[in-house]
Ligand binder design. Structure first.
Ligand code: NAD
Length: 500
């Protein structure tokens, strides 16, 4: 079922969900292919606990077959040497199809991993569609260089596609994470083998089908569902993958560096975890607005956001007022059925992940004060829900202030001076994003400059767009998604030197 441009209510989304088509087989070489060994894994809806599908768990032989399909397509030149205009048209048709099927894809993500369907539909899908259009439009407008070599020679420098790109993505934004990798990699002329997270395979398999419908040649986009330890590892270790683009946890990101070193030294690009700090100074013009954005920064998407602002650093003189405003904001983030647009948050991705978040909450309650939330919530038959939780009096060195919880849990830490705030903000292993609220332009520049993070947002939280690079430093990874800079990851500079 497809619905375009409509605003559905709860009943509308429930109906849409009833018609969801849950695909289960790998897609490579232009069609669906069952896993050779016949192994599967369960795909459950965390919002209800129901079994959605049994999905093929691709092993090393399946991954090898998919990589071979990608390699054959790349070497044939049907995509890599087809010219920017051809790829532009194909990717624009692909983007149109994604837009046409936005409601269907939004429901698949919501069923798989528990996010609010309306957010997937109104935010994730439009962003992804726009991203495919952005890179489609960019690719036939980028020219190479003629280097200033001495007389008697001519050196041409151009961006060449790398070959086969492996992409391994997480479950928190299934369609967006796919688009962040695929759009620039495909636009640059590569062929891709994508492994979605085992918690959210459905939209990727449907999107592979839509890519074929849009006319992407066979083997250009391939999807291998499966578990990390089996399918992800096989892709990371494959000797004929030229580049591995990963988004996920820091722990698994480190494994991919090892896989590359133990195989063919493929390029590895890592977008990993975060523990972003939001610094609110007493000279902030609009404290209510700062509280609204701070709440959004940690409670949106159940707090399952890599750049989620899980640490709020507040100047001591406005601490109590800010906490009061934040507690009031949590009314907008009370969990409920993800298919209902009136729910403030959806379900966390799985019972295991919910228990992990609750272990942090329980540990935090031992040393800091819970001012709101702190409890697991049951909705219908599932208890994969956590109330928006705020801790005050948090020790900056404690686990809830240092480790990525990946849930709706905020640690509030007071500070007295700008230097102290910057030191606390920079005092974790991560460096993905940070935000600053201040009414002083001088302070905004000064503090933004000192924060060690890929993106610093001022008087807003977690700003990103197709046009600006996104990524981290330190244990948050390296390389950048989004913007024209992402093309650096998927191309090499190729020089042709001619003696005249
Ligand atoms: P994860 O690291 O557990 O899994 C990510 C992907 O890696 C999945 O496809 C998984 O199957 C695969 N994987 C897991 N173990 C593997 C192994 N041993 N070998 C090979 N592949 C393996 O992360 P997750 O739980 O899916 O997602 C949450 C994490 O993703 C958080 O840490 C979050 O910060 C991060 N994330 C980062 C960004 C970013 O842009 N920096 C964006 C979204 C999410």
């Amino acid at each position: 079922m497809t619905t375009t441009g409509t605003r559905l209510d709860h009943t509308g989304w429930v109906k849409q969900a009833e018609h969801a088509e849950l695909l289960t087989e790998a897609f490579f070489g232009g069609g669906f292919v069952p896993a050779r060994a016949g192994r599967t894994f369960e795909n459950r809806n965390p919002a209800t606990g129901t079994l959605l599908s049994e999905v093929d768990n691709c092993d090393a032989a399946d991954v090898d077959a998919a990589v071979r399909a990608a390699r054959a397509a790349f070497e044939s030149g049907v995509w890599s040497r087809a010219g920017g205009q051809y790829r532009r048209q194909a990717l624009l048709r692909f983007a149109d199809l994604l837009e046409e099927h936005a409601a269907e894809l939004a429901v698949l993500d919501s069923l798989d991993m528990g996010k609010r369907t309306v957010d997937a539909y109104e935010l994730d899908l439009p962003f992804s569609v726009g991203l495919f259009r952005y890179y489609a439009e960019a690719i036939d407008k980028i020219s190479g260089e003629v280097a200033p070599t001495p007389p008697g020679s001519l050196a041409l420098v151009r961006r060449a596609p790398l070959g086969v790109v492996g992409a391994v993505i997480p479950w928190n934004y299934p369609v967006d994470m796919l688009a962040w990798k695929l759009a620039p990699a495909l636009a640059a002329g590569n062929c891709v083998v994508l492994k979605p997270a085992e918690q959210s395979p459905s939209s990727a398999l449907r999107i592979a089908q839509l890519a074929a419908e849009a006319g992407l040649p066979d083997g250009v986009l391939n999807v291998v569902p499966g578990t990390g330890e089996v399918t992800g590892r096989a892709l990371g270790l494959h000797p004929d993958v030229d580049c591995l683009a990963f988004t996920g946890s820091t722990e698994v990101g480190k494994l991919f560096q090892g896989y590359a070193g133990n195989s063919n030294m493929k390029q590895v690009w890592l977008e990993c975890g975060g523990k972003s700090a939001n610094l609110v100074f007493a000279d902030t013009d609009d404290l209510a607005q700062a509280a609204r954005t701070a709440a959004f920064g940690i409670f949106f998407n159940q707090g399952e956001v890599c750049s989620g602002h899980s640490r709020l650093l507040v100047e001591r003189s406005i601490h109590d007022e800010m906490v009061k405003l934040l507690v009031a904001e949590t009314e907008n983030y009370q969990p409920g059925d993800p298919l209902d647009p009136a729910s403030g948050m959806g379900a966390l991705v799985s019972p295991e992940h919910t228990s992990r978040v609750m272990r942090y909450v329980e540990a935090g309650a031992g040393s800091a004060e819970v001012v709101t939330g702190g409890n697991r919530v049951t909705v219908g038959d599932s208890d994969c829900y956590v109330a928006p939780t705020i801790f005050t009096g948090v020790d900056p060195d404690s686990a809830i202030a240092q480790e990525e919880i990946f849930g709706p849990v905020l640690a509030v830490i007071p500070f007295d001076t700008e230097d102290e705030a910057v030191a606390i903000a920079n005092g974790t292993q991560y460096g993905l994003a940070a935000s600053v609220s201040t009414g002083s332009l001088a302070r905004a520049h000064r503090v933004a400059d000192r924060l060690v993070a890929g993106t610093v947002s001022v008087n807003t939280v977690d700003a990103f767009s197709a046009w600006t690079p996104f990524g981290g430093v330190k244990a948050s990874g390296h390389g950048r998604d989004l913007s024209l800079h992402a093309l650096d990851k998927y191309t090499s500079l190729h020089t042709t030197w001619i003696s005249l």
